[in-house]
Design a binder for this molecule. Sequence first.
Ligand SMILES: Cc1ncc(COP(=O)(O)O)c(C=O)c1O
Length: 380
Amino acid sequence: MNDRIYLSLAHMGGREQEFIKEAFDTNWVVPLGPNVNAFEQALAEYVGEGRHVVALSAGTAAVHLGLLQLGVQPGDEVICQSFTFAASANPVTYLGGVPVFVDSEPDTWNMSPEFLEKAILDRKARTGKYPKAIIPVHLYGMPAKMDEICAIAAKYAIPVLEDAAEAIGSEYKGRKCGTFGEFGVLSFNGNKMITTSGGGALVCRTEEEAKRTVFYATQARENRPYYYHEHIGYNYRMSNICAGIGRGQMLVLQEHVERRRAIHSLYKELFGGMAGISVKSAPSADFDSNYWLTCIEVDPRVCGKSADDIRVYLESQNIESRLLWRPMHMQPVYASNPYYGQDVAETAFNRGLCLPSGSSLSDEQIRLVADRIKEFVTAD
Ligand SMILES: Cc1ncc(COP(=O)(O)O)c(C=O)c1O
């Protein structure tokens, strides 16, 4: 039996421990310090567009502090892509707001501009108020249709919080994901393009927003010689140790992006011409996905096997794969929230499977995964 093949593992570049050692040697073992500053600067340079980046304890914390600064308050509605991980929507609930879910369009699996506008107009008609913010997501690294989404957001003067947790390195029309919204969210969780073992960042447009983010992330402590609070704050700053890993990871980020793209191309080649299995790919050159995870769509009428049948078989072959995110409007916890759309996300959820895509995987391992799937699907 082959060694276990994982979906997406942490992949160290080799220099991470140098930065951690430096933190120990200089006793910067706290949630601020030279690694935090240098990691933030490297991220800001990487995403470009003059953005300011604040390193936080998680991507979820970044969603939370972005929404807080957009003024989301109890009872406010926030439009969120339904087809996503719960962390895109949960911070709306932390703030007492109500997520309103919108379906995806089939090209990218991301927020449907058509249903976004329908949702905005219908919420205004029903509640008398426009939603407070819009959260599109670049799922599996695939850029959402940001031109259309941002144009609709601007038309109704609703700010966008862009969830680029899975999309560091992805570009839409030559511009890095995370830089389109009023705020952008990045994640460095263990299975992402780069990791800090756990962590995230908020991409801000102005220095003032970045400073306010740091303020809220450090318990909203006012600048006085004693502890003094006028606002509720959080303990969300990234530690200087985690940021040391991040600094090392930044040195290999672009290599990781290129490797995941190469893995996607290889899967495409290996499944080329295979009836009933298609590899989800960018609809045009405008969408330059980092291909964080390569996903296939399985047509059970053609294959005679479902995506979940394949997942179970791969598991028996010591290969990890994963069903797609179950849309938020299909989650018990959000069952009574408003939803605008049809069945695009639901169909993708029913048919899709994420394949092993980590940047440390070899071509041989990718070929093995594809061979096992083909064997299973073509067996009687
Ligand atoms: C789409 C999406 N949003 C938000 C998050 C939250 O990031 P974190 O796990 O760093 O809190 C993740 C990943 O975990 C994600 O995939």
